[in-house]
Design a protein around this ligand. Structure first.
Ligand code: ZN
Length: 215
């Protein structure tokens, strides 16, 4: 639960190192720009008294539905249409800075749209994170395709990810930037719930769902 926006943007310790890679198909529809894994959305929000007017701010646990679109208006990710709400602890950078800023002060059931520049999202696209490798450095049984996301670990055991952007004969161009690096993001957001964080949640810096109260 400590993952935040910097994870994928960190430069690999050894950019040209070989590492075991696994393909992850259909990635374009499965990006997780919020970097907030492990949400347990079940029964985290009991109905609140009608006169309790909670406002999003530090030490609040917030549930949101959102749709993320790119500049072309295409949906990149959404948890509407039957998805579970995103539930996060406000004020600890569990979500993108631009989204957290936009949520500050909002009330339950409030809806809004926000446009987030790369600097408040996944940062600039860094050309030095694009590199060419030989096909032979990648597992031989892999059916490489442009757009495929490869995941692996570098020699220091740190997770790395790269998108295949070009295949030319024996040369494969990998982009280690986050897929949303350099992109302006357009979010439509609905605040589905707000509650006080428990003392433990505030101390730990994350939301506790059913089943992970002991750690
Ligand atoms: Zn905890």
């Amino acid at each position: 639960m400590t993952s935040h926006v910097a994870d994928l943007a960190d430069p690999p310790a050894s950019p040209r190192a070989r590492f075991p890679l696994r393909p992850e198909l259909g990635f374009a529809k499965k990006v997780r720009p919020l970097g907030t894994p492990g949400f347990a959305a079940v029964k985290l929000f009991a109905p609140m008294a009608a006169n309790t007017q909670q406002v999003v701010g530090p030490n609040k646990v917030v549930a949101v539905y959102f749709t993320l679109k790119n500049d072309a208006g295409e949906v990149v990710e959404t948890n509407r249409r039957g998805g579970k709400p995103l539930i996060y602890l406000h004020g600890v950078k569990a979500i993108l800075p631009g989204l957290e800023q936009a949520l500050e002060g909002k009330k339950k059931d409030e809806q809004f749209s926000v446009t987030i520049p790369p600097a408040l999202a996944w940062g600039d696209h860094r050309p030095e994170h694009v590199e060419k490798v030989l096909r032979s450095t990648l597992p031989a049984d892999m059916n490489l395709q442009v757009g495929m996301l490869l995941r692996g670990t570098d020699p220091n055991g740190r997770p790395v990810a790269a998108t295949i952007v070009k295949i030319e004969g024996e040369e494969v161009t990998l982009d280690r930037n986050h897929p949303l690096a350099g992109k302006t993001l357009h979010y439509d957001v609905i605040v589905a719930g707000i509650r006080d964080a428990t003392r433990e949640e505030a101390m730990h810096g994350h939301v506790h769902g059913p089943g992970d109260a002991h750690h």
